[in-house]
Design a protein around this ligand. Structure first.
Ligand code: SF4
Length: 341
């Protein structure tokens, strides 16, 4: 593919971890013009969840009659006090919140707690599971909301001093829910272009070309190359379900700190299923593993190879930080697919 020549050096951020993995796997960076740099952002939900969650969950799992469950990647993240949740007999992998609800029905003598990480993409499924728990009056199922919203994190990045992000490859999965309109703040508030992209290398390459063109013309807008999935208004049914069950709350992000109204908590009418309230859990804190640079990587300030632990002590088999654990993590992507420069 032939790219337009950028008028100046530009940095583009891919927000989504699935994009990060696809870019690394396809070797796509080697095809870009020299003055176009791709950097990874805070779009891996497991990676942006503070390590203190693992310690909190480990302690929670020690309570009598408790089953904890979540996605496999989260269970392998190292904590600060504890190595990880993996291997604890009272911790199970679930592929969805609805699977956790089924587990609760199958184990009526246990408190089944789902660790609900994710963005707008997973929020509708979680909301449906909670509505179903209410409908079936299931009282031993609890949702520990760690859900986050994309927009407040991007705004925080763009409002940092000396931010060097010229444009965004917007996440196709999140856009399927919030629509093209969900990213209109980029040109309108920040004069930055964004292209909503699918995940095939061809999709990404074409999206990057559109970003270069918009930057060259200084005409930022939101363009959508994933129209087969993403509609201008998004999935309004999913948006409505999220709003029925959840409301915005402040949320702590690894790397970005506490961001106002960037998380989703259960509304008061669903607090019966709210694990934070039911088990009186303390708020999370941001303490990173010693030497780990995940916080800087998630903000686009560093690349994996700039971490002194990368490929030395930190490897997929012996991860130090979440970016090496997650199947969407920038360090795992770089370790698996990118050679040393
Ligand atoms: Fe953290 Fe490991 Fe990545 Fe370094 S290489 S930033 S320790 S995950």
């Amino acid at each position: 593919m032939h790219f337009s020549k950028p008028k100046r050096p530009i940095q583009l951020m891919e927000i989504c971890g699935t994009h990060t993995m696809s870019i690394a796997r396809s070797g796509l960076k080697s095809l870009l013009p020299d003055d176009v740099k791709l950097i990874s952002g805070p779009g891996c939900p497991v990676c942006v969840t503070p390590s203190s969650l693992i310690d909190l969950a480990y302690d929670l799992a020690q309570r009598p009659n408790t089953l904890l469950c979540s996605y496999g990647d989260l269970l392998r993240i190292p904590g600060n006090k504890y190595s990880s949740l993996q291997g604890l007999p009272q911790v199970k992998i679930c592929l969805s919140c609805m699977d956790a609800l089924t587990l609760a029905k199958e184990n009526p003598s246990k408190n089944v707690i789902f660790l609900g990480v994710g963005f707008e993409t997973t929020a509708p499924g979680s909301a449906i599971a909670i509505l179903e728990a209410q409908r079936q009056n299931i009282q031993n199922f609890f949702f520990l909301s760690l859900l986050k919203q994309t927009k407040p994190a991007i705004c925080t990045l763009l409002e940092q001093e000396n931010t060097l992000i010229d444009g965004f490859l917007c996440p196709g999965h999140v856009a399927a829910i919030i629509g093209e309109q969900g990213f209109s703040f980029l040109p309108n508030q920040y004069h930055r272009p964004g292209v909503i992209s699918g995940f095939d290398p061809e999709d990404i390459l074409y999206s990057i070309e559109l970003l270069i063109q918009m930057l060259n013309q200084d005409k930022p807008a939101i363009q959508n190359t994933y129209g087969r999935i993403v509609k201008p208004q998004g999935n309004q049914t999913a948006q409505a379900i999220i709003q029925i069950v959840f409301e915005p709350q402040d949320s702590l992000w690894r790397g970005l700190g506490n961001i106002s109204k960037s998380g989703l908590q259960l509304k008061k009418e669903y607090e019966t299923w709210d694990a934070w309230k039911r088990f009186n859990l303390p708020p999370l804190t941001n303490t990173e593993p010693k030497g780990c640079q995940c916080a800087s990587i998630l903000c686009g300030q560093k690349e994996p190879k700039q971490c002194p632990l990368f490929k030395t002590v930190c490897k997929p088999q012996t991860p130090i930080g979440p970016c090496m654990v997650s199947s969407e993590g920038a360090c795992a992507a770089s370790y698996l697919y990118e050679s040393e420069d």
